[in-house]
Design a protein around this ligand. Sequence first.
Ligand code: BF8
Ligand code: SF4
Length: 619
Amino acid sequence: KDAEKRTVTEDGRLMLEKAEKDRIETVWDRYAAQTPQCGYCEMGLSCRICNMGPCRIDPFGEGPRQGVCGADADIIVARNLGRMVAAGAAAHSDHGRDLVEVLAAVAEGKAPGYGIADPDKLKRVAAEYGIETEGKPPHAVAGALADAMMGDFGSRRKELSMVRRAPAKRRELWRKTGIMPRGIDRETSEMMHRTHMGVDNGWQSLLLHALRNALSDGWGGSMIATEVSDILFGTPKPSANTVNVGVLKADQVNIIVHGHNPVVSEMLLQACQSPDIIDLAKAKGAAGINLAGLCCTGNELLMRHGIPMAGNHLMTELVIATGAVDMMLVDYQCIMPSLGKTASCYHTLMISTSDKARFPGMTHREFHPENARDLARDLVKEAVENFGRRGRVYIPVEPVPSLGGFSVEAILGALGGTPDPLLDAVKDGRIRGAAGVVGCNNPKIKHDYGHITLTRQLIENDILVLDTGCAAIANAKAGFKVAEAAEYAGPGLKAVCSALGIPPVLHMGSCVDNVRILLLASALADSLGCDISDLPVAGSAPEWYSEKAVSIGAYFVASGVYTVLGPMPPITGSMNVVKLLTEGLNDVVGAGFAVEPDPEKAGILIRRHIESKRKQLGL
Ligand code: BF8
Ligand code: SF4
């Protein structure tokens, strides 16, 4: 059956069948309608950067070899990829900036409901920025930190502040190669400039700048997003949660938050917990109010508060098809513009909340730091009112238990304050190494098959898995994130996990939280006195779709982490670009990309890489 070809998850399959019965069109149907997709575009060989075009290069060498301007395949492919990085870096970094705005508003007392949840972290980060913290109240420190972070965004000429967290050898390499990131917006803006017609036509220099642009995301925009979120809302600690469509409750008001920025979802959580609104829900015949998440804003709540997770990217339409969602609130990124239409078949109220993200079929109710608390309360009340308008609901599965909240601070805490016990386990071979399994879903790959298959193989072979984003949700649904999941691990990893009481797959958060993986890798490299590229670690994005994932992959590689992509990026039109990314970069940044859509084979690539790094370290 079709549903079985589309997803490996039980709730996904059952919901796909329900959607079909309800005649709901899904992302898979639209993907099928798009196939075969344009071969020029798949290879990165089409260009519509200027109005002399659009142009395409004939990959078989029979038709045009150059665009109207004279750009060849190498230039066109490199420019297109560079623009993907720029868009991804911009998305993460603009999200980071929104948090800095909230931090500034908190400092000014203009953000009722928000506060400083982790004053210690505020102090630590402020000290890194050279801000005097002694004897100053948190709000004053927050204001100074917000100002200093704003300075990281614009035309900054100096090195980005947070790069100081990278190992010294890595920073030296970035300087030497000319890819040390400066202002966050500056690198993105420069990427757009360089790819304008008639600017940078060196495919190598374009790709190097793409790495610098990505680094301005990983060690800049995303890192600021994560750190400021921790300061405002709390640094995650391990806590239990539940995952899959079964987290929806037939007898409760179900509110779903979807998107990325915790600025909105945190206020929703507060409102859902207020006793007067819970009483209102009970007066309307509901047993309570159930807040659950989708995608990364869900991950933010899961990490900090153990809020249940309804699903990842490809589940977002299907969750609505339960008929049990009384309200869905979205902020931005990865929100399919189809959702409003899907919801129109049910009673679900769809609310868009960000000044920069509108969607058809949604009501726009804009959140700002000043009005967020009150607006969240109003909206939760509206969701409660909507509970009575429900039709029949279909919640076909029981939720799966899972453990989240593994910030670097929490991991080091579990290890007794230093990475040494982890390093000892790596040195004596109980743990062979670590791998990040991150990123999206993509209808080109069977839903969650890539994540689950790769993760299972890695832990079976004693490789600790760190995951984020939609991959983390897939792995939680597969049951890899309870202490008992140590059973799935090889003997060495199993022993370590059992001793520490942790699962073999650690949920490190949302996609901006990939920086937590960078920071953990830096801590390990510092302890060993080596560079990140010397470590037995790897990254992977088995089902990636988004431009943000391109930026993440590029900053992982530029930071020295070998990274295996599932779906092929649009680069095969230029063998020069393919070769540079998969081979040449090793000589430049000590790491490169591989592409392998089959997760079983991707696992073998990662294991081979980890074993070769162990050998180089003499382990
Ligand atoms: O930032 S993993 S589909 S939800 S892009 Fe999007 Fe991809 Fe999911 Fe989160 Ni990340
Ligand atoms: Fe064509 Fe060159 Fe314009 Fe691209 S930039 S659309 S290749 S003329």
